[in-house]
Design a protein around this ligand. Structure first.
Ligand SMILES: [Zn+2]
Length: 731
């Protein structure tokens, strides 16, 4: 789940955020400095095949002048729309808005992709000024009163303008974005709204700074080797290095960062130290010092609610969700609570099993929250021990990628041809031209799979160019970026099974961009609501877990032997292990997020009391803490996930239910595949996602398939009858 969370985060960030630039071009292009515009390749026509970005000509110093010029041209475009004397029409207003800022649409993704995937200190420095510029440029568009009045007059006549469905949807989206930006408010309300927006932005920054400060401030130093018992050698070596970097050579240091904290909680035999580290992590932002986040939460919840109400919504959750697939807080609550009871029920059984492990080892303790990782690892070893390094030998990267391409070929007839004539920003990057079954060109896919300096952690998919057909036919260019192990000598990059799923996941995002078939740029590809964007990516992961598929591509990289049924059984069983815990810690955080934002009169809320009361009402057990407690819930109080943290599991419901259609009709059933392409992948944001899903699936999504996939259905005994009905702990 962690991987999904990360990749989602990045996929979403990339709608508005950064890339990185070509590292090697500095010396050769210095002369361009004299000619920031006329000699700037970013502003010229791109003449590479498919008009792809000319990476070999781009230097970091080209970006600032190019972005400045592109914004100036965009402002000119907008001024033309505002100042025209002609009455508003769909063409002179909405289509004109769609076409405004052509250069910016082309240049910004190059900068943002390079900033993330191939960064340099120069690019990082540039990003600190360029990214806020790009974001505020976007935000100011949607408070522009003159543009809003044109859009609004069209919106009010939308049913008599003779628009097709996509045009109507595009118009509605513009109208909604202006309204949500506050463009429809007047006088004191407008001023109040704007003041709140600015204040909320400051509060989010402060929340994150406090959280980061609290995360980095804490170090657990260990001087006695005895206290390292149970830790693997590589964890100990990293801890020694960490201590040395912090001036305590000869000791070992553990931090609150996940790569340091989780191995300690998983392996350290010293229970007291596990408790210390766990408590320090949970207490971040709640230590009563200058970095305390409680007052920030109080003010944030109050101001969000106030702004939602200024726009006519009862709560902030109502405001957020109208734009999502879920539509209403009730729909989200219903979904989360349908999952909550079976998840908690299973977590309790898991807790009892961990207690048995501890008892059998004679450890004489009651399982507590800081014991969960330690004893679940022991149990996992007993039940499903998987030798990860032996398994990796079956997953050399090129074969896995070919396996993903093969799935797309069998589903939709797509083919992938290497192109060595398209410029790339690093030798790791490979380019594939994607063709339809009839041989027509669909788009370009770049893969950039290996870990290296200058690449942000995690995995993501991002467009260099989105598909559209308004300004002539524009074909998509999509990149998949991952952090897989680099090949060494004769050994190819070998992937873990988690990496395999990641590759399929990002490939799913790429297909969503590549198979897009819309007219208007603003609704192309992955420009869909947050709780829908992960459906195409997650649904593709399902094929990677099918025996029939694995046996086609998972072969030992030396012997060529096909992966055995025994391995596949183990993978299957491991996928269901500890899922009660994983779902419970996630769901408790998602519910906490919802409950804060469903308050219509939050007043001066006390976050600690509110959180305790919420968890008590839910019946959360002491052995599990929410994945994020209030003061360290950066997604919600420092990022864009307020009343949106549920989106991860919402998408999981969709992908499990959606894949069920293939399990019923056949893994590569062509009618089902065609419906998935025509109703979902090709539609981008041009249709309502729930309607699109219904047309694909024939009904609205149900939670049953996800419960089964995660092994969270009520336990069935040998007689075939349910032993524990949902919500009734009887086993
Ligand atoms: Zn994703």
């Amino acid at each position: 789940m962690q991987r999904i969370v990360l990749s989602t985060f990045f996929a979403l960030m990339l709608g508005t955020a950064p890339f990185r630039a070509h590292a090697d071009a500095t010396a050769s292009t210095a002369s361009h400095l004299d000619l920031p515009i006329s000699g700037n390749p970013l502003l010229h026509a791109w003449t590479a095949p498919f008009n792809a970005p000319p990476f070999e000509q781009i230097d970091v110093m080209h970006f600032a002048p190019a972005v400045e010029e592109a914004i100036r041209r965009q402002q000119e475009d907008l001024q033309r729309i505002r100042s025209q004397s002609a009455k508003p029409s769909f063409s002179n207003t909405i289509e004109a808005l769609e076409l405004a800022g052509r250069d910016l649409r082309r240049i910004a993704p190059v900068f943002m992709n390079l900033y993330s995937a191939n960064s340099t200190p120069e690019l990082q420095k540039l990003g600190a000024t360029l990214l806020p510029t790009l974001m505020s440029n976007q935000a100011t568009l949607f408070v522009d009163s003159a543009l809003f009045s044109r859009v609004k007059s069209l919106y009010l006549q939308r049913d008599i303008l003779g628009l097709n469905d996509e045009q109507k949807r595009v118009l509605e989206r513009y109208y909604t974005q202006f309204v949500r930006g506050g463009a429809g408010l007047e006088g004191a309300e407008r001023a109040r709204f704007k003041t709140n927006v600015d204040r909320l932005a400051q509060l989010a920054v402060q929340f994150n700074q406090n959280l980061l400060g609290e995360t980095n401030r804490y170090v657990l130093f260990i001087a006695d080797r005895e206290e390292l018992q149970g830790l693997p050698d590589d964890v100990i070596a990293t801890a020694a290095e960490t201590a040395k970097m912090r001036g305590k050579e000869g000791q070992w240091a553990f931090t609150l960062q996940t790569p340091s904290r989780l191995p300690f909680l998983t392996y350290a035999r010293n229970r007291g130290l596990r408790e210390t580290l766990f408590k320090a992590y949970v207490a971040r932002g709640n230590n009563g010092n200058t970095a305390d986040n409680n007052t920030i939460i109080r003010e944030t919840v109050r101001l969000r609610t106030e702004n939602a109400q200024l726009l006519g919504h009862p709560t902030f959750a109502h405001f957020t969700l109208t734009e999502n697939m879920a539509k209403t807080p009730d729909n989200v609550e219903r979904l989360l609570m349908q999952l909550w009871t079976p998840a908690l029920d299973n977590a309790k059984r898991e807790r009892d099993a961990l207690q048995q492990v501890a008892d059998a080892a004679g450890d004489n303790l009651q399982i507590a929250a800081w014991d969960w990782w330690y004893y679940s690892e022991k149990l996992r070893q007993q039940r499903y021990a998987i030798d990860e390094s032996a398994l990796k030998a079956y997953f050399p990267m090129p074969a896995v990628r070919a396996g993903a391409f093969d799935v797309a070929h069998r589903l939709w007839g797509l083919s992938f041809t290497p192109r060595n004539d398209v410029p790339v920003y690093h030798p790791d990057v490979e380019v594939f031209e994607v063709h339809n079954a009839d041989g027509s060109h669909l788009g370009l896919l770049y893969t950039d799979y290996y870990v290296r300096d200058g690449k942000r952690p995690g995995a993501w998919a991002s467009p260099y160019r989105l598909q559209s057909a308004l300004d002539g036919i524009t074909t998509p260019i999509i990149v998949n970026v991952c952090n897989f192990a680099r090949p060494t000598g004769d050994t190819p990059s070998l992937l873990s099974f988690d990496d395999v799923s990641t590759l399929f996941h990002e490939f799913g995002h790429a297909l969503h961009g590549l198979m897009s078939n819309v007219t208007y740029p603003s609704v192309g590809g992955t420009q869909v609501p947050r709780d829908f964007v992960e459906f195409p990516s997650q649904v593709m992961e399902n094929w990677a877990a099918q025996r029939e598929v694995l046996q086609r591509f998972a072969r030992h990289y030396q012997s060529g032997e096909v992966i055995s049924g025994e391995w596949l059984d183990k993978l299957d069983a491991a996928a269901r292990f500890n899922q009660g815990f994983a779902a419970t810690e996630y769901l408790s955080a998602a519910l906490l997020d919802m409950r804060y934002h469903m308050l219509s009169e939050p007043g001066e809320i006390d976050p600690q009391a509110f959180e305790k009361k919420t968890m008590r009402e839910l019946g959360l057990i002491d052995q599990i803490a929410p994945r994020y407690t209030s003061t360290n819930f950066g997604h919600v109080f420092g990022g864009g996930y307020a009343s949106g943290y549920y989106a991860y599991i919402w998408a999981e419901v969709l992908d499990a239910d959606g894949f069920q259609a293939f399990r019923q009709a056949g893994l590569f059933d062509s009618d089902t595949a065609t419906r998935l392409r025509n109703e979902v992948f090709s539609r981008g944001g041009s249709v309502d996602p729930m309607a699109a899903y219904r047309r694909f699936r024939g009904s609205e999504p149900k939670v049953d398939a996800l419960l089964e996939k995660r092994g969270l259905q009520p336990i069935i005994d040998d007689s075939g009858e349910a032993k524990g009905t949902v919500g009734n702990e009887t086993s």
